[in-house]
Ligand binder design. Structure first.
Ligand SMILES: Cc1cc2nc3c(=O)[nH]c(=O)nc-3n(C[C@H](O)[C@H](O)[C@H](O)COP(=O)(O)OP(=O)(O)OC[C@H]3O[C@@H](n4cnc5c(N)ncnc54)[C@H](O)[C@@H]3O)c2cc1C
Length: 511
C-alpha cells in the first residue's frame, strides 16, 4: 500500500473546495492553480495520473507559429506565454528544439513568405525569453540556404529545394515527469490526489452538487467524497460524463484521433523536420529527435466514439509509413521497426472530421439548467492547460480568491531523482543508488502498479524491450509475491502489445 491509498480514509472525512475528475494535464493543472490560491482540491483519476491522452503527445510545447497562418493572434499570444511558463519553471525538463521545414517555393511555402512569417513570429513574441534561463531561450527564426538544409537532411528531395524555414519551439521530452512534478507540488499545497479511483456519479442536495461517488478499482470499494464544486476535466471522457451527470454538450468533445509513432531508428538529426510527401493534398508530418530515436507524427483521423484505448487503423498506419518513405526516398522505414504507437482522442472542430478544435470549452452546467456547482471542460493542447485551468477557476471562485495567488516553485532535482534514465539503461552498469530512488518513488509518488513506476514516474518504460528486460529486477523493490510479480509483468507486456511493440507482436525478439 502506498501513501495515497492510505489517504482515501482521510479524504472521506474532509469537505473539499472542489473535486477534480481526471488526472491528465488539464486536471493536474487545475489542482496546481487551485493550490496556488489556497483552494483545497481532491483529484480523482480512474487509472494512473497522466496515463491517457496526456501520455501520448509529441512532447512539443507549441509557441503558436502555426496560429499566425490563420491570424489567430489571441491563441498565438497565449501559446507563447504558456511555452514560456514551461521553459521557465522546468529548466531541466524542457528545452528549445530547432525545427526545419524544407521550402520548394510552392504555394505559401516560399522563402519570401516564410521570411516575413518568421520575422513576425519573433516580433510578436518579443518577450518570450523574459526570465527564462539562457539554455532554454527560444532563438529567432530565419530562412536558411538550401545547402544548409541539405547538410542537415541529405535524404530529403533536393530537386527544387530553395531553402529552409528554421524556427525554434519548446520540447518537453519527459512530459509525464513534468506532470508528476506539478502534481507533487500541488499535493504539498492542499491537493489530495487519488489514482485508480473512478468517479461513477455526482451527489446532489436539491439542485446543488454535494460530492461524488467513486469506485476504487484496487479494492472494489465504493466511496462518497464531499464538495459543492465538481470539475469534470476528463478530456475525451468529458462529454460522456457531462451527458450522464446532466446532458450532452456536443461542442465539449467531437472525437478525432491523433497518433505519433516511435520507431527503432536512429534520429535523423538533432533538428526536427517538417516534411510533406510529394503527392496531392498531402499532410505535413513532423519527425522529431527523441531519446536518440525517430519519433514521427502526427496522423489525424476522424473518430466517432469514446474509446478507452484508441488506436489508429492499420491502413492509416501503413499510409503514414508510406508517406514518410515518400518524403525521404532513402528512408525505407518498416512497420517492424515500430517501438510504440502513441495515440489519443482530441477534440475536432466538426463532428466526423479530423481538423482539430481551436479553443477550450468551459461549461457551467447551472447556466443550462443543470446542477449548481458542476463544471465541464475540454482543451486542445497540453501547452495551454495551465492557462485553461486559471480560466476555469476564475469562472467558479470569487475574484478575491482568484487574485490572491502564492508563488509555488518546483524543486530542481537531479536526473535520477526526476526518474530520468537513459533509453538503453543497464541497471548492472549503473553505479548510482537507483534502487533507493525507485523505492522512494514507490512509497511516496502514488505508485500502485509496475507500469506506473516504469512508464510515468521514470523514463525506463520509454524503451519497451529494456523495460521488459529489467521488469523482474524492479519488481523486487515492491512487496509482491511471485504471483503478483508475474501478473504485473504480464500487464506491462499487454500494454506494450496494445501500443504496437512489434517485437512482442511478431515474437521476433528475445523479450
Ligand atoms: C498524438 C497526440 C499528439 C499530441 N501532441 C501534443 C504536443 O506536442 N503538444 C501539446 O501541447 N499537446 C499535444 N497533444 C494534446 C495533449 O496531449 C492534450 O491536449 C492533453 O494531454 C489533454 O489532457 P486532458 O487532461 O484533457 O486529457 P487526458 O490526458 O486524457 O486526461 C483525462 C483523464 O481523465 C480520466 N478519467 C476519465 N473518466 C474518469 C472518471 N470517471 N473518473 C476519474 N477519472 C476519469 C482519464 O483516465 C484520463 O487520465 C497531443 C495529443 C495527441 C493525442
Amino acid at each position: 500500500m502506498t501513501k495515497i491509498r492510505k489517504s482515501i480514509e482521510s479524504a472521506l472525512k474532509k469537505e473539499y473546495d472542489a473535486i477534480i475528475i481526471g488526472g491528465g494535464y488539464y486536471g493536474v493543472m487545475l489542482a496546481y492553480e487551485a493550490a496556488r490560491r489556497g483552494i483545497k482540491t481532491l483529484l480523482l483519476e480512474k487509472n494512473d495520473f497522466g496515463s491517457a491522452t496526456s501520455f501520448n503527445s509529441l512532447r512539443i510545447i507549441h509557441g503558436g507559429l502555426r496560429y499566425l497562418q490563420s491570424l489567430d493572434l489571441h491563441r498565438f499570444k497565449e501559446s507563447v506565454a504558456e511555452r514560456k511558463w514551461f521553459l521557465k519553471n522546468f529548466p531541466k525538463l524542457t528545452e528549445p528544439i530547432a525545427c526545419i521545414m524544407p521550402l520548394y517555393n510552392k504555394g505559401v511555402k516560399r522563402t519570401s513568405i516564410l521570411k516575413i512569417a518568421l520575422k513576425l513570429n519573433d516580433t510578436l513574441s518579443f518577450s518570450r525569453n523574459k526570465n527564462v534561463n539562457n539554455e532554454n531561450r527560444i532563438n529567432s527564426g530565419k530562412v536558411v540556404p538550401a545547402n544548409e538544409v541539405r547538410k542537415l537532411f541529405p535524404d530529403i528531395y533536393l530537386n527544387g529545394l530553395a531553402g529552409g524555414a528554421l524556427w525554434y519551439d519548446g520540447s518537453i521530452p519527459d512530459s509525464q515527469i513534468v506532470l508528476m512534478e506539478i502534481l507533487k507540488t500541488s499535493a504539498n499545497n492542499g491537493c489530495t490526489p487519488i489514482n485508480y479511483m473512478e468517479v461513477k456519479d455526482i451527489l446532489k442536495n436539491g439542485d446543488k452538487i454535494s460530492g461524488v461517488v467513486a469506485l476504487d478499482s484496487e479494492s472494489g470499494n465504493e466511496y462518497k467524497f464531499k464538495s459543492n464544486i465538481v470539475i469534470n476535466a476528463t478530456g475525451p471522457w468529458s462529454r460522456t460524463l457531462a451527458q450522464y451527470f446532466h446532458k450532452d454538450f456536443k461542442n465539449l468533445f467531437k472525437y478525432s484521433i491523433a497518433t505519433n509513432v516511435l520507431f527503432d531508428r536512429k534520429q535523423l538529426s538533432s533538428y526536427a523536420l517538417a516534411v510533406t510527401p510529394p503527392k496531392k493534398d498531402a499532410r505535413t508530418y513532423f519527425i522529431r529527435p527523441w531519446k536518440g530515436k525517430f519519433l514521427a507524427g502526427t496522423i489525424h483521423e476522424p473518430w466517432n466514439k469514446l474509446s478507452e484505448f484508441p488506436m489508429p487503423t492499420e491502413k492509416s498506419l501503413s499510409d503514414f509509413i508510406d508517406d514518410l518513405n515518400l518524403s525521404l526516398p532513402n528512408l525505407n522505414l518498416k512497420r517492424s521497426e515500430i517501438l510504440q504507437i502513441y495515440s489519443g482522442l482530441l477534440p475536432a472542430k466538426y463532428e466526423g472530421d479530423d481538423e482539430l478544435a481551436v479553443r477550450e470549452v468551459i461549461i457551467n452546467h447551472k447556466k443550462y439548467g443543470g446542477p449548481d456547482g458542476l463544471y465541464s471542460l475540454s482543451g486542445v493542447k497540453l501547452t495551454t492547460s495551465r492557462l485553461v485551468a486559471e480560466k476555469v477557476l476564475s469562472a467558479i471562485f470569487d475574484k478575491n480568491i482568484i487574485n490572491s495567488v502564492k508563488k509555488l516553485t518546483f524543486p530542481v532535482s537531479s536526473d535520477l531523482e526526476y526518474g530520468r534514465f537513459d533509453f538503453d539503461w543497464n541497471p548492472e552498469k549503473d553505479k548510482r543508488n537507483w534502487q533507493d530512488v525507485l523505492k522512494y518513488k514507490i512509497e511516496n509518488e502514488y505508485v500502485v502498479h509496475l507500469s506506473d513506476l516504469l512508464l510515468r514516474r521514470t523514463t525506463i518504460g520509454d524503451n519497451p524491450g529494456n523495460a521488459l528486460n529489467v521488469a523482474r529486477e524492479i519488481c523486487k523493490l515492491f512487496e509482491w509475491n511471485s504471483e503478483e510479480e508475474l501478473a504485473e509483468i504480464e500487464k506491462l507486456k499487454d500494454y506494450y502489445k496494445k501500443r504496437g511493440y512489434q517485437k512482442l507482436i511478431n515474437k521476433e525478439g528475445k523479450v
